[in-house]
Design a protein around this ligand. Structure first.
Ligand code: NAG
Ligand code: NAG
Ligand code: NAG
Length: 234
């Protein structure tokens, strides 16, 4: 009897592990993050960490359902230098000097934001310029029935002088810190600066309450593509 009992216990553990594994696979979303820029990008993701992506390279990032389901973001870091312990600095998007990001990046940066499997089993996703702009991007679900978001305008080259930053373009809130530009209080609406940002990236959030034209949803289970510099050079 004894060997038989042990066998059924190991079957039981096998069965449970297989169930856990299958449930992870069923809901994990894959983000293929491609660097189409002609410079190296240090991609960053919370959750996910970071990866150096040479021109033409891709980082396939699996986000499991066990990770945080909302407030997730992916962005590009530029002009980074790290030492052998993964400590250093980036000109844009720096996350506390770590190669493997655990916290959000420093402004200015173009953000791909998403929340997986929210109410009605939907994913919600957007590109945000609320923290400024560093690298153009597209953010596309792989499910053909869900809409992709383009942020391909040259917001660095066209950045108003007063918003210019090394390697990027600040948001007006970062520079002027006024209620109007930071959308504090009831009167949160588009401004001349947010309209400039929106002009380069029509699908992106250009100010905090820009939801009507900027928040997208897709049934959960889709995968996603993030492409930095979709049109080629930065
Ligand atoms: C990397 O830099 C950090 C911070 O300056 C330092 O603590 C660490 O020892 C350095 N690691 C290497 C391998 O140089
Ligand atoms: C936006 O409006 C402010 C205040 O009227 C003005 O100083 C600024 O030059 C304008 N900026 C742009 C980009 O139009
Ligand atoms: C990338 O492309 C831009 C625009 O065409 C060009 O000015 C720049 O020199 C290129 N950089 C590299 C590293 O090839």
């Amino acid at each position: 009897m004894k060997p038989f009992k042990n066998l059924s216990i190991s079957f039981f553990y096998f069965f449970v592990s297989a169930l856990i594994f299958i449930s992870l696979l069923a809901y994990a979303a894959r983000f293929d993050i491609k660097n189409n820029c002609n410079i190296t990008i240090w991609a960053a993701a919370v959750p996910g960490g970071g990866r150096q992506i040479n021109p033409g390279g891709t980082w396939s990032l699996e986000v499991s359902p066990n990770s945080v389901q909302s407030g997730n973001r992916i962005w590009a870091r530029t002009e980074c230098i790290f030492n052998g312990s993964g400590v250093g600095k980036c000109q844009t998007g720096d996350c506390g000097g770590l190669f493997q990001c655990q916290e959000y990046g420093a402004v200015p940066l173009t953000l791909a934001e998403y929340s997986l499997d929210q109410f009605e089993n939907k994913d919600f996703y957007d590109i945000s310029l609320v923290d400024g702009f560093n690298v153009p991007m597209v953010f596309n679900p792989t499910s053909p029935e869900c809409l992709g978001i383009d942020c391909t305008g040259d917001l660095n080259g066209n950045c108003p002088t007063e918003l210019k930053a090394p390697g990027g373009c600040y948001s007006p809130c970062t520079v002027f810190k006024t209620k109007e530009y930071c959308c504090i209080g009831a009167d949160c609406k588009a401004t001349n600066y947010s309209m400039f940002l929106k002009g380069g990236c029509p699908g992106a959030y250009s100010f905090p309450k820009d939801d009507a034209t900027s928040l997208y949803s897709c049934h959960s289970g889709s995968n996603y593509n993030v492409v930095f510099c979709p049109l080629g050079s930065l």
